[in-house]
Structures are given as C-alpha cells and as structure tokens.
Design a protein around this ligand. Structure first.
Ligand code: FES
Length: 116
C-alpha cells in the first residue's frame, strides 16, 4: 500500500511477527520517491528503505517477503545478505557491517504511520 498524505502505511494487524512486510513509497528530502517497507519483529514495528546496501536492489524476492525462513533476519533476495530487523545491521553476506536506512514509523490506535 502506498503511503497516503496522512502518513498511513497499514493497519497494525497487517503485520505479523516475522511475517509478511508491507511495502510503501516515501518522498526523500530531495524530492525523489523511494521504496520502503515495514515489518514486525518481537512485537515492534520497524521501517526501512527497501534498498540493499550491497548493490542497488530491493530486498524482497516477492512482494512483502522480507524475512528469511527463521523469521529472525531480513534477507536480500539477490545475494542473501542478512540484516537484523531492529537495527538494520547486516550480519552476514557481501555487505556485512553496513546498515539499512531507517524510516521513522509509529504505531498507535491500530495503525502504522509514517513519523516518529
Ligand atoms: S544486492 Fe543485496 S546482497 Fe547483493
């Protein structure tokens, strides 16, 4: 779902722990649009730009499929880099030590929205 003018990304119940993420688009400070996503991990929601730190590629191999089979790491579909869902740190793969770019999101009243 694309982010709306009000910043709504999705309903809270759209995000299961370690399950499918929700893709959306944000406008960067320079006016460019960029793909982003939210996932739920250990109860909390995290937002990231959908951009691997190895090469210009989106992470999900299929819409919303961001987690590996364990449900504990975000995985890049291109070369398998593994990222921690909470810090965005790459812990395995060709860009080990790099971090995903975070997107401020918040959860309240059963909704996930853009913003801190
Ligand atoms: S493009 Fe993501 S690991 Fe290579």
């Amino acid at each position: 779902m694309a982010a709306t003018a009000t910043g709504l990304i999705c309903r809270s119940d759209a995000l299961a722990d370690g399950g499918l993420g929700v893709r959306f688009t944000i406008t960067l400070e320079d006016g460019r649009e960029a793909p982003a996503f939210v996932v739920r991990h250990q109860g909390s929601v995290y937002g990231w730009l959908n951009a691997c730190r190895h090469q210009p590629a989106q992470l999900d191999w299929k819409d919303g499929e961001f987690f590996d089979l364990s449900g504990q790491h975000l995985v890049c579909s291109m070369h398998g880099a593994l990222y921690l869902p909470d810090s965005g740190l790459c812990v395995a793969g060709p860009c080990r030590g790099a971090k995903l770019v975070s997107v401020d999101v918040c959860e309240a009243d059963g909704e996930v929205r853009l913003g801190a």
